[in-house]
Each structure stands twice: as structure tokens, then as C-alpha cells.
Design a protein around this ligand. Structure first.
Ligand code: NAD
Length: 485
């Protein structure tokens, strides 16, 4: 098992130790400590904000074409260090190596998008009256913050860092205290790529730092990714302090399976969606709404699920507490009459006995009112809810308080169209189990899965990270234009 050096804050281009309390960082596959991180307080945040303020005039003053050169160089560094970065994600998060590598590859795609910023943010100009022109440009906000969850330690910081920085902002990143190590590598590689000191700063900690970010008078915008409970707190606190905020929350994603769905493809896609990254994806299938007689597909899903072996092609969940929470949902559903078809409880992986493993679990005949049907389980668990027609399936999906992703499996264009129109979610899939929009399309849910106007990636994020400056110009006094004197 690899261990890692102590995690430090990254302020003004330097890793800075913090003499306060520290927290152990675990490798969840082993259940063993691999590093420790500081639980920093407001003092560290103030230092980071001062560093960002000092860096902002020069960084925001560069043309965007110059700023993105850093990200071209950074992208080649990500590619060069793909193996090492993937191993690190695997170590601190518990996912498999292939999943970790896919995560870092997604960070590369996000960085590529930021490199295309000059093609996306050029302004507009029009002669609005004789001799008078109006022009519109995008200007950075100033100091912005990004607060990240545990489930994608590498990718989620890349949802915000490349775009916000390429657009001229300086940033404070607050990684999850469960997975703070990847952010250390991100900072040092950006420095190596030529990012000026102070443009990106990292402050480690927990709730205290998040609250201090929401309250800090010099931070203009806050992005948050995490659970709905905390997203609501952050959104209310940040906007209460008159900051711009986009806060992405949790999810309960429904996959509707129609009787005409392609059996093999549906079974493998649904299973991959519910079990990938041990179900710890905000886009994971969590509830399957089985319409009519789809027993053959349910049986195919069980066959697929039985091929997934924890410790081999399934990683661990993040903590002992997460394992207990997930197994409690399964126990309660079973006690309430649901049928456990594939049981992932009480898994032990040989050689990794203290790791936090839950095997793939398929539970049939779940009722919509059960907690497992309504709440986010965040583990490799598929709750199957039976219903008779597409209308009632859509009703079940719509009754969720969340609205991140929703998919339908069918070979009927008409059915797919009806679902696309009526599902209440921000990201819809047709015969796709994990309908993540790829760049340049933006990522973001609806309902209690996102608070705020903008999505967090893609073109929509440009509005999140910039203000529009409108300038009206008149250069012809001899024309005696009396409009806009
Ligand atoms: P979390 O909400 O517990 O933590 C997220 C961040 O908030 C962390 O940095 C943490 O330190 C901080 N935090 C925790 N409690 C806080 C509090 N009371 N006040 C202020 N800050 C606090 O989320 P998590 O467990 O790290 O991540 C899993 C959750 O994130 C799941 O609900 C998942 O669906 C969600 N998620 C959503 C998306 C999306 O795009 N919608 C993407 C990834 C993860």
C-alpha cells in the first residue's frame, strides 16, 4: 500500500504547513491511513484570499489567448502523468484503476475545453446609432471559490479550475477532507505549467472553511458540488452574502426500462450504471422503473451483477460509515417486503479485510414510498420499482425531489420522445445509463440536484465565471449626433 506525504495548504504558489488540528486520510480499499491533512481555519483562508487578490490584476490583465497557454502545457502534463494520477485517485477514493484513469481522462477533456476559451468568449460589437457603437465583453469576477466532494477527487476540481482561471479569475479550492491529495498534484502541476503564484490557492478543512468562504467579503462567487443538504446550506449562505453561487447537490437517478428494450444492452448498461465507482456517482442509476413484463431484463441484470467482484472489478465505498449506511438501506427495504435478488452485504475481500466493500446489490419489488426508492443511497445498489405503463413510470420519476439524471431504455422513438419531454431532470439518457453530457455541453441537474442559475461546466459555466461589460463609444463630435450625448 502506498502512503503519501502530509497534505498542506497551497498559498501564493507555495505549500504551506498549518500548525492546527490534522485529520487522517484513509485508503478506503485497505481501511488504512495514507496521509493526513490540516483542518485549517479562517486565518488560512484570509492568507489565500490575499494571495489571490495580489495575483488578480496581472492574471486578469493577460489576454485570454495567453492565459490558456498554461492549460495547453498543463494538459500535456496530465497526459504524461496519467498513470501516477490515476493511482493516486484509486488510493484516496477507493475506485478501481480503470475508473480512476477514466476520471483523469475526463479532467483532460475538461482542460481541453478551457483551452478553447478564446474561440468562445470573444465579444460583440454593433453600430447602434450613427457614429455610436456598443461593445460587449466578458470580464472575470475576481476571487472565486470551488468546494468539492469526495467522489471525484480529480475530475470535480477540473469542472471549475480550468474554466474559471482561463476566464481570468483567481480561485480558492476547498477539496473534500476525505480525498485531499489529488488537489496537491493539481496545484504543483499547474505551477509547473506556468500558472502564476496566487492564481490558484488551496485551503484544506471541513465545514468551518466552507462557512468562512461563504462569508468572505472578497470572494465574489462560490461553486459547490456535494450533497443536497450541504448544497442548500452553501447556496443560502453564499447568496445571503450577495455572492453568485452554483451549488450542485445529490441525486436519485431513475432508469425506466420498457418491455421492448434491447435485453443484453439494457442489462449491461443498467448494471454498469448502478455499480460503476461503487455507485458513488451523482449520475449512477439508483432506481430502475420496470414497465410491464421485463423479467428477462431483470434476470440479465442479476447475471451481470454477479460477474462484478468487489476487489477485482469493483472498488470500495469511501468509509465504514458509508458501508453501514448503504447496508442499512438494504436491510430496511428487505424488512419492508422488497426482494433482494443479488446481495452485496457483508462482503470481505481477501487481503483487504479492513477495506470498505459493498458488493453489487439488486432489490426487486421496491415500493415508491420506501426510503431506498426516495433517498440517495450512494452505493452499488439498484432498487427496482415495478409499474404498468410509461405514464406511471414518468410519474414515479417526477415525484423525486432530485433531478440530476433520468434515462429510458426502449427501441420506440415515440416512447423515448415522450420520456425526453416529460422527465424532470437536467440530464436525460436514451439507451444510456450514465448520460453525462460531454464538452462543450454543460453539466447540471434540476430540482434539488442543483441550486443557482448556471451549470458548472461547458458553455453555461462562462456565465457563472464572468460579468458582461457593455461599453458605448462615440468618436465623431463633428457628426453632431445628439443621441447619447
Ligand atoms: P458533502 O456534501 O458531505 O461534502 C461536500 C463538501 O462540503 C466537502 O468539501 C465538505 O467538506 C463540505 N461540507 C460537508 N458538510 C458541510 C457542512 N455542514 N457545512 C459546510 N460544508 C460542509 O458531499 P460528499 O459526501 O463529499 O459527496 C457526495 C455527495 O455529492 C453526493 O450527494 C453526490 O450525489 C454529490 N455529488 C453531486 C454531484 C452533482 O454533479 N450533482 C457531483 C458529485 C457529487
Amino acid at each position: 500500500m502506498r502512503s503519501y506525504p502530509e497534505v498542506h495548504n497551497f498559498i501564493a504558489g507555495q505549500f504551506v504547513s498549518d500548525s492546527g488540528k490534522r485529520l487522517d486520510v484513509y485508503n478506503p480499499r485497505h481501511g488504512k491511513v495514507i496521509s493526513s491533512m490540516p483542518l485549517s481555519g479562517k486565518g488560512a483562508l484570509d492568507m489565500a484570499v490575499e494571495a489571490a487578490k495580489a495575483a488578480f490584476p496581472a492574471w486578469s490583465g493577460l489576454p485570454v489567448k495567453e492565459r490558456v497557454q498554461v492549460f495547453f502545457r498543463y494538459k500535456t502534463l496530465l497526459e504524461k502523468h496519467l498513470q501516477e494520477l490515476s493511482e493516486l485517485v484509486m488510493d484516496e477514493n477507493g475506485k478501481t484503476f480503470d475508473e480512476a484513469r477514466a476520471e483523469v481522462e475526463k479532467s483532460i477533456e475538461l482542460t481541453e475545453f478551457a483551452c478553447s476559451m478564446p474561440q468562445l468568449v470573444y465579444g460583440e460589437i454593433l453600430e447602434v446609432s450613427r457614429g455610436v457603437e456598443c461593445r460587449v465583453e466578458r470580464k472575470p469576477l475576481g476571487i472565486v471559490a470551488s468546494i468539492a466532494p469526495f467522489n471525484f477527487p480529480h475530475m470535480v476540481p477540473h469542472w471549475t479550475i480550468p474554466n474559471a482561471l482561463a476566464l481570468g479569475n483567481c480561485m480558492i479550492l476547498k477539496p473534500s477532507e476525505l480525498v485531499p491529495i489529488s488537489a496537491q498534484k493539481i496545484a504543483s502541476m499547474l505551477k509547473e505549467a506556468g500558472l502564476p503564484d496566487g492564481v490558484l490557492n488551496i485551503v484544506n478543512g471541513d465545514r468551518e472553511i466552507v462557512e468562512a468562504i461563504c462569508d468572505h467579503p472578497d470572494i465574489s462567487a462560490v461553486s459547490f458540488v456535494g450533497s443536497t443538504k450541504v448544497a442548500k446550506i452553501v447556496y443560502q449562505r453564499a447568496t445571503g452574502n450577495l455572492k453568485r453561487c452554483t451549488a450542485l447537490g445529490g441525486a436519485k437517478n431513475h432508469l425506466v426500462v420498457m418491455p421492448d428494450a434491447h435485453p443484453a444492452m439494457t442489462a449491461s448498461n443498467v448494471t454498469a450504471s448502478m455499480s460503476g465507482c461503487a455507485g458513488q456517482r451523482c449520475m449512477a442509476a439508483s432506481a430502475m422503473v420496470a414497465v410491464g413484463n421485463v423479467d428477462h431484463i431483470v434476470s440479465g441484470i442479476c447475471d451481470e451483477a454477479r460477474k462484478i467482484i468487489p476487489g477485482e472489478n469493483l472498488g470500495s465505498v469511501i468509509s465504514e460509515a458509508a458501508k453501514e449506511r448503504i447496508e442499512k438501506y438494504i436491510n430496511e427495504a428487505e424488512a419492508a417486503g422488497a426482494k433482494v435478488l443479488v446481495d452485496g452485504r457483508n462482503w470481505k475481500v481477501e487481503g483487504f479485510e479492513s477495506g470498505y466493500y459493498v458488493g453489487p446489490t439488486v432489490i426487486d419489488f421496491v415500493k415508491p414510498e420506501m426510503a431506498i426508492a426516495k433517498e440517495e443511497v450512494f452505493g452499488p445498489v439498484l432498487a427496482i420499482i415495478r409499474t404498468q405503463d410509461l405514464d406511471s413510470a414518468i410519474q414515479i420519476e417526477n415525484s423525486s425531489e432530485y433531478g440530476n439524471a433520468a434515462s429510458i431504455f426502449t427501441q420506440s422513438g415515440g416512447m423515448a420522445r415522450k420520456f425526453m419531454e416529460n422527465a424532470s431532470a437536467g440530464m436525460i439518457g436514451v439507451n444510456i445509463g450514465v448520460p453525462v453530457p460531454r464538452e462543450p455541453f454543460s453539466f447540471g441537474g434540476w430540482n434539488d440536484s442543483k441550486f443557482g442559475v448556471n451549470d458548472i461546466t461547458g458553455k453555461s459555466s462562462i456565465d457563472l465565471w464572468t460579468n458582461l461589460k457593455k461599453t458605448s463609444i462615440k468618436w465623431n463630435p463633428e457628426g453632431k449626433t445628439n443621441w447619447m450625448s
